[in-house]
Design a protein around this ligand. Sequence first.
Ligand code: SF4
Length: 898
Amino acid sequence: MAEKIKTTCPYCGVGCGVIAAVDDAGHVSVTGDKDHPANFGRLCSKGAALADTLDIEGRLLKPQVYGEAQSWDVALDTVATRLQKIIDEHGADAVAFYVSGQLLTEDYYVANKLMKGFIGSANIDTNSRLCMSSAVAGQKRAFGSDTVPGCYEDLERAKLIVLTGSNLAWCHPVLYQRIVKAKRDNPDLMVVVIDPRKTASCDIADLHLAIEPGSDHVLFNGLLVYLHEQDEINPLFVNQFTQGAEAAISAAGQVAPSIESVAGSCKLDKTDIENFYRLFARSERVVSIYSQGINQWSNGTDRVNAIINCHLLTGRIGRPGMGPFSITGQPNAMGGREVGGLSNQLAAHMDIDNAAHRQLVQDFWQSPRIADTQGLKAVELFDAIDQGQVKAVWIMATNPAVSLPQSKKIQQALEKCEFVVVSDCVQQTDTTRYAHVLLPAQTWGERDGTVTNSERRISRQRAFLKAPAEAQPDWWIISQVAARMGYAESFAYTQSVDVFNEHAALSGYKNSDALNDLCRRDFNISALSELSLQEYNDLQPVQWPVIKNSSVASGCRGTKRMFADGQFFTDNGKAKFIAINNPPRLNSLSEQYPLRLNSGRIRDQWHTMTRTGQVPRLTRHIDEPFVEIHSQDALRRNLQHNALVEVSSSQGRVICRVVITDAQKPGNLFMPIHWSEQFSACALVDSLVDSVVDPVSGQPEFKSTPVTIKPCPVQWYGFIISRRKLGELDTDYWTCSRGEGGVWRYELAAQQLPENWSDYARSLLCHTSEKAEWSEYHDVAMHRYRAARFENGRLQSCMFVGSDQALPERGWLQGLFAQQQLDSVERVSILAGRPAGPQQDAGRVVCSCFNVGINTLLEVIQTNRLVSTDEVGQLLRAGTNCGSCLPEISAILQSSTH
Ligand code: SF4
């Protein structure tokens, strides 16, 4: 009988509940939790593949100090001693923590407490700075607190949903599926998508505004003006509960004086804008969802406030089916904010700049000191490392060598940093290679604690696997270092519930309802501050605030919506309109770099692929880095679809495939963020991005990098399939992905021919065994080379090379690796480059849940003359589980002619 544990998906900010079932043989299966209010049993392709990510291959299993495996005692002593020495010699601000939205709230809390209350610096920042700090800053400016007002249920209760700067279908698929269902149940629900790209989310759009990148604030300023002119405002709400409306409307009038001017700035059709404005004005229940497409700009905070202004003017906030809704990227970006994981925050939603808050937190912690000025934000922090001001950095559960702008500069900064500690569950990342001390952390399935999703819902992540070897929880690792720095008494936690209770108690400490109380604040979960271990283990998903008289124990589920009473957390309790002007454009296009590069996520990958990159069915959706370009731009530059191109900016260059698509606007490119140097030769998109940040939030401008693009001519293309992972390859272009059966597939290309193909192939494929048999075929005239390596009759690796991309299908070759022995016919077929018998390659995977490839889909659609996704689902099951692939199947149906 399998044991079933309820836990939470570790990927995105939707925070889906999952059930992990572990059978007697230790086999794990993962399904959606039907009782979890975030997803009601639904999972996306990444969540549905979670069980495939639990392999311990590649895990960091033992502490390492300067490259040597060491005991925990030695490693912890080294970290504590080195940090303390640097603090003694150079002051507290010479050390820093760089943490992550992947951490659990308990881990985050302890890290923040050690840095701000005991080391006495605020130099702790988080990778959440990169994805949602503009949303935090915008909410703080408007509401006086970092509060998401609404909840997911509002998506079902809305009449209009505006999706802006958010490809929800790929980045938060379960929320997208909730909207799809809501629209099916209520055909009157309208959806407007505002995005320069025609993304998968446009599949449900009643109106798609393919806006000029960077002009969202003009569109929403224009909406503010329109609402005012049409008298579509809520005067009672505006007069009683807000301030600054007049100034905001006046500024909006300067930026967007007329619909014609908005149409000009946003490069949109005037009628489309009128339709959007009219819809917004007439729909009382309107939810505006926004995400990285709004946040990741050098005026991201202003964009957030431009959206919030429209909701304040209409009073559409705090009631069912309405409100501005920031959707977070990471699983615990919200939890990190609750404990003060950003360098400009204190704990429990308090402010470093507020002396009363500092006193309160110091009293509560009984700490020897408290940071009294804001710390360095992520980009500043790594600049300070580069310049030698910060001499020690402890990086936890994140990969800044890939994910920060100017990633090559980040790598150089880490290279020269005096002392780098990395806590991670993975041995080899682009960041761990710079670590002087590596600390093995637990990962999903082993960790125990809480996370908070985008609707303020706190859920338990529960352990269902024993941690391998010496991996430990992050809160334990940090507490052990704190103890060795002399703070044992204040960090004497023995289990995660101890940390959670303290965190919950701090949230309620001197927190009051009195409007004029300087310590009044939104985040309060004090009802949960005395949980027994059993109660903590049984904790049900609950939305904060959770205060005494609305405790889970009494059957009340926290707080669905905030601000229904019109009371905000500003100094006078009124929400603030923010006047939004035109920003100075920092990242300007030029003759040398005339195109604008946008970056973002793809459907089946997560962050730097350390987890999802191990799962064949996820990598087969899109298995190589690419850049999307409009056909006009491609034609002008003589680019061929799927050829290799070089994209360069003032900061660096990458090589990847080009995808020509009219889903892009002319003048704009898109690249995914996921490929690190563990998975590609030269595709680090953030090596192109400059460190231009929003002056309020410190969030980098990932959405607008000036670049140029040109063909990348190569003399040969090839691929390798290998049972073992190869090291970095000596070619201009390579990428690797995991194939079925655990094999590794490499795609290669280079500008130079090797002197001798046979020697070159052996240098890549032969590494240990002398027993290996070697078969090869070389057609000099046709520029073809093929080789296969066997051990005891079993295929170990093969390599195919040609002068163009017309290489054999990879699918059937991967299938041969599943066999124990290959017969002579099959061996010959390898060198012939085609299967011995009739076989059809299913092609690139579209439906990851049921492994349905594009070729299979096309054939079945054509043969059966299918016209709907339901019909496809009936015949192939594709799209019937998580639904993440439905927009793509829709697009395939549309492009298929019967
Ligand atoms: Fe996980 Fe997908 Fe749910 Fe996000 S939407 S939490 S990735 S299952």
